[in-house]
Ligand binder design. Structure first.
Ligand code: SF4
Length: 208
């Protein structure tokens, strides 16, 4: 059963109370650094990415420089991150393309880049104020499913559309709120339902 209007209001109010002015936690100085940082952020923390990108961007400040780096050198920098071999391959491939093509903040262009999908494109577009997009990642999908905003088994596309219909606008801010909530409270393992103000009305807890 979908949450009623009151439950949706309580959900939104609680997330605003927890995260009134959410800010991105990945650090970058330009769109090139941003797209590389997002590419490195899969299955790790933003804190870990910021640590390696501080060194990476000081040694390889643009696409041209990074495209010419050796795999071994980049692997040694990315080593603290999970999937560091795959990520090395991806960011060198991405940089090789961007060394010859200026980044266009357009969905079609972004989604045509090596290793870039809808989620990364949505973050790039909304965080750079090009268009209001709601990027869905695993944390956000989990929160939406637990609160019955979408049914179990729903595609990311359905989850995105259901959330957009409830949140209405300012999707970049909602993305940041939802992702923080999923990382800090509605965690994948052992969600902190005992401290969550939604526990009295949450589908995950009560099945109502
Ligand atoms: S009550 Fe638990 S499952 Fe429901 S939103 Fe809160 S943390 Fe997530």
């Amino acid at each position: 059963m979908k949450p009623n209007d009151l439950k949706i209001c309580q959900f939104k109010d609680y997330l605003i109370e927890l995260y009134p002015n959410p800010r991105p936690t990945l650090q970058y100085r330009n769109v090139f650094e941003q797209i590389i940082a997002i590419s490195l952020s899969a299955q790790t923390t933003d804190k870990a990415v910021n640590k390696v990108t501080a060194q990476l961007f000081s040694l390889y400040p643009n696409a041209d420089a990074l495209s010419q780096a050796s795999f071994a050198d980049i692997e040694s920098i990315l080593h603290p991150l999970g999937l560091f071999r795959l990520k090395t391959q991806r960011i060198i491939q991405l940089s090789s393309f961007l060394a010859k093509n200026e980044i266009k903040l357009q969905r079609d262009f972004l989604e045509s880049l090596p290793g870039v999908g809808r989620k990364t494109a949505s973050i790039m577009l909304s965080s750079n104020n090009i268009s209001d997009e709601l990027a869905i990642d695993t944390h956000i999908a989990r929160v939406a499913l637990r609160y019955a905003i979408a049914q179990q088994g729903s595609s990311l596309w359905v989850i995105e559309n259901n959330l957009k219909a409830l949140l209405l606008r300012d999707f970049n801010l909602w993305h940041l709120r939802l992702i923080s909530f999923g990382r800090q409270i509605c965690t994948s393992k052992n969600p902190k339902c005992h401290q969550c103000k939604l526990s009295g009305i949450c589908f995950f807890v009560h099945g109502i």
